[in-house]
Every structure is written in C-alpha cells, then in structure tokens.
Write a new protein. Structure first.
Length: 339
C-alpha cells in the first residue's frame, strides 16, 4: 500500500488532503518563548521515554539526526513545518510512523504538535484517530490545561481545544471563471482561514488553498469539524459547478489542458514552480475525463517527486538547482510512461 500522499480519497477531484492538528504543552515546563535549553532536552527525553508505550508504530527521531534533504522532503509532504525544518538550534525532535500519516513535532511552536494526515476529504476518521492518539499521549504526559480556557498554548489563537483542522483544496475552475476571490471572501467571513500550500504567509501554487478553522476558544471540537465540513462541502459544490460552466467551452478548455500536458511530456528542463502550475491544468483534465493518458496515482507522483527535496530522494542523489531542472523533466517522462 502506498503512503497516504500517493493515494486518492473521497472527493479527491477537489480535496487533495485533510489534516488534524492538536497543539499541546506540558504543564511542568515553560512555553517555548520562555523555555531554557535544559528544559528542551528534558521535554524530548520525557517524550522519548513514553514512545514505546504509545503504539501506532511511532518512532522517536531527533531533528539534528535527520539530513537536510530528508527534512525538506517532510516539509514538502506537509509532515513538518518549514520553520521547524529550517531552525538553526540543535533542539527539536519528532515522532513519526512508517506510513507518515501520524507525526508529532516536539518543541516546535508548542511542546507538542500532534498531526494526523490523510488523502481526500476524510475529516471524521482522521479526527477520531487524532483524539485517540491525543488521549493516549495525555495518559502518559501532564498537559497544560485550564478549567476556564481549556488547553494552554504558546499562541493565543490555539488556546481552547488546541485544534486546527485543515483541508487542502484544488480550485482551478473557480480561478478560470473569475469567481475565486468571491469564494475566498465568503470563506473568510464564515470564520475560516485561507492560506497557501505551506500555511500562513506562503504563496498559492497550482490553484491550491489550505482552508482551516480560525477559532479554537469557546467552541467545541465537534463544532469546529462541523463548520469546516459545511464550508468545504460548499467549496466542492462551487468548484464542480464552475467546471460544468468551463465544459461548455470545451475546445478552449481542452486546448489549455493539452498545452500544459504537452509541455510536461516534452520539456527538457523545468522548474518545480512551473510543474505545479502546469499540473493544476493536467489534474483538472484528468478529473474531467479530458486526459485519459494519466490517472490519480501518476498525478500524485508527479506532484510529489518533482518537488526539490523529494526529487533528490527519488533519484537517490544530491544535485544542484540547475541539474534538478533537467532531471525533473526526465522524471516526469518516466512517471508518465510507467506501467
């Protein structure tokens, strides 16, 4: 079985992936903005001690023992945050399983960032697994908790449930029909964050957006999930409606899609950013039944293995940016023609 990021799930024509994240802190230690180096080591050791009793195939890894390319490959898979991967201090660790659908960043913005990831729109199952893992950790660790405010976190926006549920959506048709800004404004007015692929302050690539809850305090976990589900269901509905409108002008749409496909299949050198934007059109073509030469698995492989770090992992060698652009074109052809 492939890892979750190479699979397609429910509503995968619009929803790329879903993530559940809990921010937690240990009551015996200061928050990260006031913590001392010796405290960081104690936190890591404490979590390392309880790891064998947690189950789920979780393994403890110190950040300093992971090479830079592997760290960035995890960022590209949305398993760890860019800030966590790029930190200069030697502190930091993580728990991760072989399927890479469960990860816990240790000493990132909070002492613990518990993440459950999955393909497609699978928010209920991921939430159930997230609660299960969170409760298992809570039995082994003393969380910082207030009867008045809930779980205490380094950033005030996470206080309360500490839950951030997010869904990655692909919205090319809403962009092409000129309705994307209106949709983004509606989502924001309903108390949701709209961000780029890698979170706050990051660019939007390939018409992909991350939709997540803003509020964590004064609202239950069930309400957060219910509200996010309602918004995402509306987004799916609007994107599919926009695709039907585009389909009426089929020659123009097919021309744009096959031009993108033609560049990908014939280029000799290509950047990762150009691939992402071309793949947006190609994925739209596959999802609408226009391109029959590709399937979801190949789209997911192209999306992942053309990124800088994962390209190098795929090739098994460290290469500079110029050579990556050449090798990327070769890898695209390999993936497209493979059986």
């Amino acid at each position: 079985m492939s890892n979750w990021y190479l699979q397609s799930g429910k509503e995968s024509d619009v929803v790329i992936s879903t993530r559940i994240r809990f921010a937690r802190n240990l009551s015996d230690f200061p928050f990260m903005n006031r913590v001392k180096k010796e405290d960081l080591e104690k936190i890591e050791n404490k979590i390392k001690e309880v790891t064998p009793s947690l189950g789920y195939g979780l393994k403890f890894l110190k950040l300093k023992d992971i090479d830079d390319i592997t760290k960035m490959s995890l960022v590209e898979k949305h398993i760890i945050s860019p800030n966590f991967a790029l930190r200069e201090e030697i502190s930091g660790a993580m728990l991760i399983n072989d399927d890479e659908n469960i990860s816990v960043m240790i000493n990132e913005e909070d002492h613990l960032r518990i993440q459950i990831l999955g393909e497609g729109f699978d928010i209920d199952n991921l939430m159930n697994l997230g609660i299960e893992i969170d409760e298992t950790l809570e039995k082994n660790l003393n969380y910082a908790y207030s009867e008045k405010y809930g779980y205490l976190t380094a950033c005030p926006t996470n206080v309360g449930t500490g839950l951030r549920a997010s869904v990655m959506v692909h919205l090319p048709a809403l962009t092409k029909t000129g309705n994307i800004q209106k949709i983004l404004e509606v989502i924001s007015n309903f108390g949701m964050n709209i961000r780029g692929v890698y979170g706050e302050g990051t660019k939007v690539y390939g018409n992909m957006y991350q939709v997540s809850n803003k509020q964590s305090l004064g609202i239950s976990e069930k309400e957060i999930i219910k509200n996010l589900k309602q918004i995402v269901e509306k987004i799916i509905e609007q994107e599919r409606l926009a695709r039907k409108i585009l389909a009426k002008e089929s020659i123009e749409l097919e021309d744009e899609i096959y031009r993108a496909y033609g560049i990908l299949t014939n280029c000799k050198k290509i950047s990762s950013e150009e691939v992402i934007n071309l793949l947006s059109n190609v994925k739209l073509g596959v999802d609408m039944g226009i391109i029959k030469e590709l399937d979801d698995l190949k789209i997911n492989k192209l999306e992942l293995y053309t990124k800088p770090a994962n390209l190098q992992k795929y090739l098994g060698e460290k290469i500079d940016a110029y050579k990556r652009d050449i090798k990327r074109a070769e890898v695209i052809k390999q993936i497209i023609v493979e059986k």
